[in-house]
Design a protein around this ligand. Structure first.
Ligand code: DON
Length: 568
């Protein structure tokens, strides 16, 4: 939002915006999501949100509920919920302390830079996306244990009990799930060599139990973190993976550690935004885009209007170009974060922006820095009754990850290795281009776009938000925050509103089909933008929690999925 400093104009503007806010307030009450007085969990499945709330009601806090919700998603949402993947947590404690936890997967010790290339140096199709070679060393169990151990209040047995019960008793399949089990049946069968628990005979309304997963979770409840990384589960997992040709060893599992990271924090108007730092690109890119759009008066341009879309798209282009060149695992590469997020650098980046015509992608590339500076994911947001807030995004990468299903253990393995750059300039599954900073090396973490984010206003908790969606995660989180802050939407309206996306390359604006006015699309085309309304049926599936002026919480559960807010 443009900052206005001239006296009288400022007063007039404030009066206008007050008027706007009060008229928006009326529509807000009509279109609010679920309201809760004290605490709330919003996730991709009703059972997972309910179990999170059950743990909170039992006296647990957001970090206890995180462990329960994450594992309940592994039971009920095998598409992305996982034990075989990884993720990121961003938190804000009741006292205002903020932090982040990285439980991203790592490249196995035996991995190498060119492991997905053939003798001619070409990328071997599907090798980094399907089957055992695609699997990174999982981080999820390490992540939920590290967070719960430091901040949680309950014992692990109490937290996992309802989840184990859920795996034993089963959950009801939804229409969306039936569709996906059918859609992915042939590839899951092909990778595993036989029909698996999740297959095309399952219909909406059926109950699915997962006794193998119940047993795995029971062993983890009994023996803790080491069960997964050094115990019986580790041995069974590695035996299974190696029988399928994986290079992951017991040493890989034993060496895996989740890491506390300093999150990225920045200001946008009167908001203070905290988001995930590398190895996710989410926080830096969100910071870059928001700083680039801040001087423009988006509120005045209006939601999803030609001018707003132009400004946002051009800022996105520049941020994604920087992402592809500079970002990678901070334990392996020096990232010039300070420069990349500085107002001076970003002003320079936008200096060739014009409303008259798109900035050509080949004239953008990554920005110059002088000098030296020292298809599936799921997101859930939790606010507890003690005032702690968390935003967690976790993933197997693609739908059902590598499709490799450890039948004996009851879970899918990720295909996160595809988030590395297999070859400079070669797009990955999400069309993202990478360079040396994100090349493969033993024990390195692959670059992510996951953007779990917490927003504060006037020093108080304001919003927890995040989404799946691969490369579109960053731009979906961005639009949700702008929808609330600039365009006065409720949390529910903000997550439901149609979204667009630009990631520098390919040179196109992706727009959700049947959601944008045809006239607007024609105007963008006339200016020279390439529009793609077919690539993805939906962009992001955002879940968030907003604190309202009276201190109650509004849940925003994206209409694009089975997502549900539960609170008390
Ligand atoms: O870490 C990342 O950026 C990707 N592996 C996320 C994948 C994802 O969001 C898939 N969901 N649609």
């Amino acid at each position: 939002m443009k900052k206005v400093t001239i006296g009288i104009f400022f007063i007039l503007l404030s009066l206008t915006s007050c008027k706007n806010e009060s008229s928006i307030e009326t529509s807000k009450t009509e279109n609010r999501g679920r309201i809760a007085k004290k605490a709330m969990v919003v996730s991709a499945r009703v059972e997972a949100s309910k179990i999170g709330v059950e743990i909170l009601k039992a006296g647990g806090n957001a970090f206890d509920a995180m462990m329960a919700t994450e594992m309940a998603l592994a039971v009920t949402y095998p598409y992305a919920g996982n034990l075989g993947g990884g993720g990121f947590l961003v938190y804000r404690l009741a006292d205002g302390t903020k932090g982040a936890l990285d439980y991203r997967e790592k490249a196995p010790l035996a991995s190498s830079k060119n492991m997905y290339l053939d003798n001619d140096g070409e990328v071997v199709k599907d090798l980094s996306t399907v089957g055992s070679k695609a699997v990174g060393v999982p981080g999820t169990i390490a992540g939920i244990f590290k967070a719960q151990k430091r901040f949680g209040k309950l014992d692990v047995g109490t937290i996992l009990k309802p989840v184990i019960e859920l795996a034993k008793q089963g959950y009801t399949v939804t229409k969306q799930q039936e569709k996906r089990f059918t859609e992915y049946d042939s590839i899951i069968r092909a990778v595993n060599g036989k029909k698996m628990l999740y297959n095309n005979t399952i219909k909406a309304g059926d109950t699915i139990t997962n006794l193998a997963l119940a047993k795995t979770l029971q062993r983890i409840a009994n023996n803790g973190h080491d069960e997964f990384y050094k115990g019986e589960t580790a041995k069974r997992l590695v035996d299974y993976l190696q029988s399928k040709g994986s290079i992951i060893t017991l040493e890989d599992l034993a060496k895996y550690e989740a890491k506390w990271r300093n999150p990225i924090t920045f200001q946008y108007d009167d908001l203070s935004i905290t988001s995930m730092s590398p190895p996710s690109s989410g926080g830096i890119c969100l910071n870059q885009i928001m700083t680039m759009v801040e001087p423009f008066d988006l509120k005045d341009y209006g939601h999803n209007t030609l001018k707003t879309i132009q400004v946002v798209v051009e800022a996105e282009k520049r941020a994604y170009a920087d992402r592809s060149f500079y970002l990678g695992d901070p334990d392996f590469v020096d990232i010039p974060t300070e420069t990349l997020t500085s107002a001076v650098y970003l002003e320079e980046r936008m200096s060739n922006f014009s409303f008259r015509t798109p900035t050509p992608v080949d004239s953008i590339s990554h920005g110059k820095i002088t000098g030296h500076e020292s298809d599936e994911t799921t997101h859930y947001s939790i606010v507890d009754q003690y005032g702690n807030a968390i935003a967690v995004t976790t993933t197997l990468n693609g739908a059902y990850g590598s499709k490799l299903y450890a039948e004996d253990l009851g879970f899918f393995l990720n295909n996160e290795m595809d988030d590395f750059s297999s070859k400079p300039g070669e797009p990955n599954y999400y069309g993202l281009i990478g360079a040396e900073a994100n090349s493969i090396a033993p024990e390195k973490r692959m670059l992510s776009s996951m953007t779990p984010t917490i927003v504060e206003k006037d020093g108080e908790f304001h919003m927890s938000v995040g989404t799946p969606g691969g490369s579109t995660i960053i731009t979906s989180v961005l639009q949700t925050i702008l929808n609330i802050h600039e365009f006065g939407m409720t949390m529910q309206e903000a997550v439901n509103a149609p979204r667009f996306h630009n990631q520098w390359l390919p040179d196109e604006i992706r727009m959700e089909p049947n959601s944008f006015d045809d006239k607007l699309v024609q105007q963008l085309k006339a200016l020279g933008y390439n529009i793609n309304q077919t690539r993805t049926p939906v962009i992001g599936k955002v879940d968030g929690i907003l604190m309202l002026d009276d201190g109650t919480l509004e849940g925003g559960a994206d209409k694009r999925g089975d997502d549900t807010a539960v609170g008390f």
